[in-house]
Design a protein around this ligand. Structure first.
Ligand SMILES: Nc1ncnc2c1ncn2[C@@H]1O[C@H](COP(=O)(O)OP(=O)(O)OP(=O)(O)O)[C@@H](O)[C@H]1O
Ligand SMILES: [Mg+2]
Length: 228
């Protein structure tokens, strides 16, 4: 059973009087445990596609199946459960809460799920340790570098032990060393914990670590839509 299957997904945005065809019929199958990069120029539809896969947004037409369940047919509760429980999302530009410290940011998804404070804190600290930030747990985002903020965002996405992590441009705006180490970290979690990673990038430097490359252009998949 595929983890993710999109069937002829289209997404249109209405921009004033004009319709923007952001996705024009995307067929993509991703299995559990894969490490997949979505590669494409700016405006090709990467963020749109990842938001749909993460059940954050809905397609204009076509079907999205997660574990053979059609997401559009799920109740709101079930969809929220799926989003909060099985999927970790790393947004383009991190989306950390500026007034919260690193550890408080990472604890948040657990607290939303009702995990007790001590357990949430322990799990957040252990994820922060794993991404190499044990000395920065009390820092607020504005007291951290871009790479450190990105690590907090990764720790926050992983803290619920999701089976799928979706990362939108996880290495954008990072220097070469930091971007290589972020991808290395994701890759080792993929190998060690079998977490499925789907991430978008137009970063040439990370491609040697990628198992499968899906090329997107003008809202269409050029190649890589099926597993080799
Ligand atoms: N909310 C929106 N309203 C209108 N048009 C949108 C909206 N979001 C995206 N678009 C348009 O849809 C297309 C795909 O955008 P998307 O953000 O998915 O591209 P992207 O590949 O993520 O680009 P980037 O590399 O710059 O992040 C673009 O033409 C964009 O202008
Ligand atoms: Mg984008």
């Amino acid at each position: 059973m595929a983890l993710i299957e999109t069937k002829d997904i289209k997404k249109d945005y209405l921009l004033g009087e004009t319709v923007v065809h952001a996705l024009r019929g995307v067929n993509l199958t991703i299995d559990r445990g894969e490490f997949v990069a979505i590669w494409g120029p700016s405006g090709s539809g990467k963020t749109t596609l990842l938001n749909l896969i993460g059940a954050i947004d809905e397609p204009s037409s076509g079907q999205l199946l997660i574990e053979d369940q059609e997401v559009a047919l799920l109740s709101d509760n079930r969809r929220t459960e799926l989003r909060n429980g099985s999927i970790g999302f790393i947004f383009q530009g991190f989306n950390l809460i500026p007034v919260l410290s690193a550890v408080e940011n990472v604890m948040l998804p657990l607290q939303i799920k009702g995990t007790s404070f001590p357990e949430a804190r322990d799990r957040a600290l252990s994820r922060l340790d794993e991404v190499g930030l044990s000395d920065f747990v009390r820092n607020r985002p504005d007291k951290m570098s871009g790479g450190q903020q990105q690590r907090v965002a990764i720790a926050r996405a992983l803290v619920t032990n999701p089976s799928l992590v979706i990362a939108d441009e996880p290495t954008a705006n990072l220097d070469s060393d930091t971007s290589r180490s972020i991808i290395g970290l994701m890759r080792s979690l993929n190998e060690k914990e079998k977490t499925t990673f789907i991430f978008s990038t137009h970063d040439q430097r990370v491609l040697d670590r990628v198992e499968r490359l899906v090329r997107l252009e003008d809202g269409m998949i050029l190649d890589g839509g099926d597993k080799k």
